[in-house]
Design a protein around this ligand. Sequence first.
Ligand SMILES: [Zn+2]
Length: 333
Amino acid sequence: MSEKASVTDKGAVLLGKNVACDAFDENKPLRIVTHAHADHMVGLQQSLRTCKKVMMTSATKDLISVMLGPLFLMGGSVETLDYGKTTQFEDERITLHKADHILGAAQVSVEDAEGTRIVFTGDFRLEGTPVLDADILIIEATYGSPSCKRPFNREINDLLVSTVKKGLDHGPVYIFGFHGKLQEVMQILHAADVNVPFIAPERVLHVSKVCEQHGMRLGQLLLSNEKEARDLVERNSPCIAFYHMGSRNTVDRDAFRVYVSGWEFNVPCRMISKNEYVIALSDHSDFNGLIEYVRRSRPQQVITDNHRVGHAQTLANEIHKRLGITAQAIPHR
Ligand SMILES: [Zn+2]
């Protein structure tokens, strides 16, 4: 496989001579953070200490500052790069492109002196992501198995809205998801004129404020431990509380609860119990979306990211079988 691209055992996606994405690598002077999810911020402190530059979009920088604290990124030389703007480092040209995933998410392309275009998709959902022409493509593999197909798409937002409205008839609704996805849910509900107060704990609220600063429209938000918010919940008034998935076992077990998760393939809305639903809202491509990206990108070689959760080996096999393109899951396991 090419020496121009790889994925290390620690999860660094190496592009060309200089760039390591999403984990620290001691041999690369440039670190890129494709987006502010934890599995893409691996070894960030080390990168800040030792890399010449740590690059990301300004939205990702703002999200990291609220997730890890405002001082965290001060420890190094951080450079923000807008989508589509190219920066030169030695004889390589580096560009970030939009990835439809969470706010600020980017794909990375590196073009070397020989004109080889090396592309890393990062995490993405095909619908809103421009497909980049690549010679060597490194692609995420979260839903890289043919068993991970979602035969539904458009109706998800409507189902989310109707499920939440059903819950609001009886009082507060709790929604659980990951950072970025929660804010997407807020945006969907706000756009659908669900105008009850939104409530969120501090971290979720701060992430939401960053999303608003970068152009998302989320509606009125209250801090969950403020009196006004506590009163709403205690009086059983219609309101929506947004919590990180990690809090699902600690927050009001008896309330009407909605989980948003991409790991749902059979039905767009699944009832767990009378007051508990899972909505299949994903910020990743399903299997068909991953294959479609590769097909349109027309690379000579593909590497599937076998460090992060997913089906990298299966995806590599399927890419070779369906498209006739050389593909490998790296790192080898
Ligand atoms: Zn992600």
